[in-house]
Design a protein around this ligand. Sequence first.
Ligand SMILES: Nc1ncnc2c1ncn2[C@@H]1O[C@H](COP(=O)(O)OP(=O)(O)OP(=O)(O)O)[C@@H](O)[C@H]1O
Length: 338
Amino acid sequence: MSKELLEIKNLKTSFRIKDDYYAAVDDVTLTLNKNEVLGIVGESGSGKSALAFSVMGLHNRAKIEGNIHFKDADIANISPAKLNKLRGDDMAMIFQDPLTALNPLMPVGDQIAEAILLHKKDMSTKQRRNKVVDLLNKVGIPRPEHTYDQFPHELSGGMRQRIIIATAIANQPELLIADEPTTALDVTIQAQILDLIRDLKEDMNAGIILITHDLGVVAEMADRVAVMYAGQIVEIAEVGALFDNPLHPYTRSLLNSMPSEDEAQDKLHVIQGIVPSLQNLPRKGCRFAARIPWVEESAHEENPELHEVTPGHFVRCTCHNHFYFPDESKEEQANGVS
Ligand SMILES: Nc1ncnc2c1ncn2[C@@H]1O[C@H](COP(=O)(O)OP(=O)(O)OP(=O)(O)O)[C@@H](O)[C@H]1O
């Protein structure tokens, strides 16, 4: 039996701005296996959420090209009825901000029960209530019977995120997408929620796409990591390979921006600048070139592609072979290294 759960091929997701379409996800090809956590990292604006929303079929007005194979469907080319059947049943998403994802006027237990009712119409009300209480237990809510009847504003941020997770896993999805699931939470609660997601993966044998800008979270949670920049995957590898041997200049800079004991040293090795806006993205050549102007133009490919450097470790553009941090070169010169 194939391990592959999701196969994304040449996905391009474009938004209309004025009279033109601009791709926020541009030629992304990815696979996700069962029982695997794939981390997707990148700065704000790199296209992580646009990618996740495409997989969930949540874009209303975007143009989607390419293929998103999941189960026996292609989500990029699917009828709304079939999509509704998959969503919330076979695939589910945990959003960043639990407060906006919950209905403020409905007891949280009823909200979870509603997610079950949509896909399991033959359950009695009592069975559904019992199932919700079980789910609340599973996500670590201390007094599930009592919490069932509470409203979102009566719960802490961490508890609300547990409600969102309970709703997402209510129908045992095979694919779970978590988009910055802990960003809105404080550090201790973050760790608890990540532990919970890890346990659920084991429990459900699900494939998880974990979107985050936090490499610490990726290091702890992911089996493989895709690094996104300006709508493209610039590097993808198993988590150990990526942390031990980051290749793309952008990945190297991201890793250097992780907090460490020697902060003053690291700050020198972080590339400045931000992801350009959608209308200003360079569409030709290496999209990262403008942020590393000290690297010669000839180091970049004309049409940068992903190259498999070691088995399973892919990097886009040849510029990684010629890349250095400017300060490193000064240090090397000072040390007499040519
Ligand atoms: N509905 C939309 N219409 C037009 N542009 C959009 C739309 N949604 C996203 N974008 C643009 O697409 C690009 C990618 O956005 P996206 O939200 O996917 O990035 P991200 O990596 O998830 O960032 P963040 O971490 O801030 O959520 C950005 O330039 C963003 O402004």
